[in-house]
Design a protein around this ligand. Sequence first.
Ligand code: NAP
Length: 267
Amino acid sequence: MTDHRRNVYFFHKQDQDTNKQVGSLTQLAEKNGFTVVNQPSDANIIASVGGDGTFLQAVRKTNFRDDCLYVGITKKGKAHLYCDFNSDEHEKMVDAMTFEQIEVRKYPLIEVTVDQTSPFHCLNEVSIRSSIIKTFVMDVLIDDLHFETFRGDGMIISTPTGSTAYNKSVAGPVVDPLLPCMQVTDLASLNNNTYRTLGSPFVLGSERKLTLRVVQAGNEHPIIGLDNEALSTRNVKTIEIKLSDKKIKTVKLKDNSFWEKVKRTFL
Ligand code: NAP
């Protein structure tokens, strides 16, 4: 392994249990010639200690870096989609991290632009949901085609790795991350002679752009969720969504293909 992959930053929740776990992992890293750094910007390995929610935060809070390796470490006996190691698998971790030609898996990201401002990234999904008891209306465009007019609770647009999260709960397809694409699923769409959506989830290829235009009718109050964070903006008019050119990298191991993780987590 080259020197540039020896600085580790641990991202984790500050509770007694996790701090203890991180203490042991720090000792393990230092014993094996790694430097544990205090700032994520100094790291070339960012290790999230926790579950998938923590991993999503680790990636978001460190700005979706494509020049470092993200590693998910979870508790003994637990399985999570973004976690490749259990915290007691010391030998496996050291072997993987010290391997000369470490192989990486790349996960697609979604890029979201709200009202032509600077884009945001999402590793799981962007969700647009009504924040009040009433429905709201959006025109849905695929590239420049007006595809449908949606009225209902909202929509979820997910990445392949996010397809096992919120998307799966609303019967969206689970999609292999080897396919760079995004899944679009409705949240309780109304279907009548005025408002009609396709009514089934659909998958868009990497070259497509999805545009959601919120119809300003006076009762529109959608909130936008970027993975596990809400975007604090009101009166949103247009949301443009496409696959990002950027991908995040995680470690590739013998037993951690996406489908192995799906099986371990769900079956
Ligand atoms: P949370 O509401 O505390 O937990 C959501 C659950 O989803 C957790 O069990 C989490 O796993 C799991 N999860 C997150 N990403 C996943 C993935 N890619 N594949 C499979 N499971 C996944 O929120 P959170 O832990 O911060 O996670 C945020 C995510 O929750 C959002 O991005 C969204 O996908 C999801 N969510 C789901 C629903 C729903 O299903 N009805 C509603 C809102 C949000 P861990 O326990 O390992 O953290």
